[in-house]
Design a protein around this ligand. Structure first.
Ligand SMILES: Cc1cc2nc3c(=O)[nH]c(=O)nc-3n(C[C@H](O)[C@H](O)[C@H](O)COP(=O)(O)O)c2cc1C
Length: 347
């Protein structure tokens, strides 16, 4: 098996997880400058915004960093009755909480997919592309590989790991159920895989001969060592960086993470239509109690975008998607450099 550090051209086998809405170019650069791997999330963003973020990161580091994509298939036909009922519910809920709600015309939604971003990635000569929510099409894999790009796919089950290996990725992020944020799960014929890292890592390592990054609940020397013992060659850590000075998370979000307990997070589809782990709040509870059919990603994500952005700006923690993993409460405040340096010390 190829050595992960050599493959990724890094000094320390630690990857800062891409976290859309939280990760900034300054965070990515600080991690890469420390000799680990920063990851810049651009899933769902436009080509122009992607280029801008890549340039902002390159201005802060000469070291390699990864760009992270969402590999899901384009959203299918939307159920207009379902989205109308959801908008009725959101309008009423927002009214009760004094949050402005603007009804959206779903026919005007514009989504960007990973295919829209390949050209920018090739032009910018990005050495490492990681992705979640699926497999890249064969054409994208061969175009990126011709350019020498290293590909890292996300698996939440052995079947997904095998499917990704078959598609030609160089490495896998194995995401346990502990992980914060969206589940990377993508195989349609399976119910949502909910396998803990302790079970999943060794099974993937036994079945697939690719270097593995372990993701989910990793926060200290003990958890890093466990990941290596179970078959990982590196670790991908997200939640510990939410409270970093360079994070784009609101103060209310950071406070919620700092005070999280082991039982604070749950899986929900309420915010985006895709399963994700976050700290439970009023919005999730109201949505669950209503028992409405939730439109599929990316429609629900788009319907929620204005509410989420208002909640972010006005620090309304009960309407922020507080994505966080089961060990998020172990976070501390500090610079990204301090956080990554202390992790490097633990290896
Ligand atoms: C706030 C947040 C946003 C995330 N966004 C992304 C993303 O854009 N792309 C991705 O591949 N993974 C994303 N993830 C999942 C991480 O890659 C990783 O699996 C997870 O953070 C690991 O678990 P931990 O949070 O317990 O460290 C996100 C996680 C969090 C907490």
């Amino acid at each position: 098996m190829q050595d992960l550090k050599k493959l990724l051209n890094i000094g320390h086998p630690i990857v800062q997880a891409p976290m859309l809405g939280v990760t900034t170019p300054a965070m990515v650069a600080a991690v890469s400058n420390a000799g680990a791997l920063g990851s810049l999330p651009v899933g769902g963003l436009s080509p122009d915004r992607t280029r801008e973020l890549i340039h902002a990161t390159k201005a802060l580091t000469n070291r390699p960093f990864a760009v992270n994509l969402f590999a899901h298939a384009p959203a299918g036909e939307v159920n207009k009755e379902e989205t109308a009922l959801m908008q009725d519910f959101l309008a009423e809920l927002c009214f009760n909480f004094d949050i402005p709600y603007k009804r959206q015309d779903i026919d005007t939604f514009r989504f960007y997919y990973y295919e829209d971003l390949i050209e920018v990635i090739l032009k910018e000569t990005i050495p490492i592309v990681s992705f979640t929510f699926g497999r890249l099409k064969a054409e994208a894999v061969s175009t990126l590989k011709e350019k020498g790009t290293i590909l890292i796919g996300t698996a939440t089950s052995v079947a997904e790991a095998k499917a990704l290996a078959q598609s030609g990725v160089d490495s896998l992020t194995v995401q346990g159920i502990e992980a914060g944020g969206h589940r990377g799960s993508f195989l349609p014929d399976h119910s949502l895989p909910q396998i803990g890292l302790f079970s999943l890592l060794p099974q993937v390592a036994d079945e697939v001969g690719l270097p593995i990054l372990a993701a989910g609940g990793i926060y200290n020397a003990r958890t890093i060592k466990a990941a290596f013992a179970l078959g990982a060659s590196g670790v991908q850590i997200g939640s510990l960086f939410i409270t970093a000075n360079e994070s784009a998370a609101s103060e209310a979000y950071k406070e919620a993470v700092l005070h999280a307990q082991d039982t604070s997070t749950v899986l929900t589809r309420a915010f985006s239509g895709k399963w994700a782990r976050g700290i439970q709040n009023e919005f999730m509870q109201r949505m669950e109690a209503k028992n409405l059919s939730i439109p599929y990603y990316t429609f629900q994500n788009q319907l929620m975008s204005l509410v989420r952005s208002h909640a972010h700006t006005h620090q309304i923690k009960d309407f922020i998607a507080l994505w966080a993993g089961q060990s998020a409460g172990k976070s501390t405040r500090g610079s990204t450099h301090q956080i990554i340096a202390s992790l490097i010390d633990m290896i």
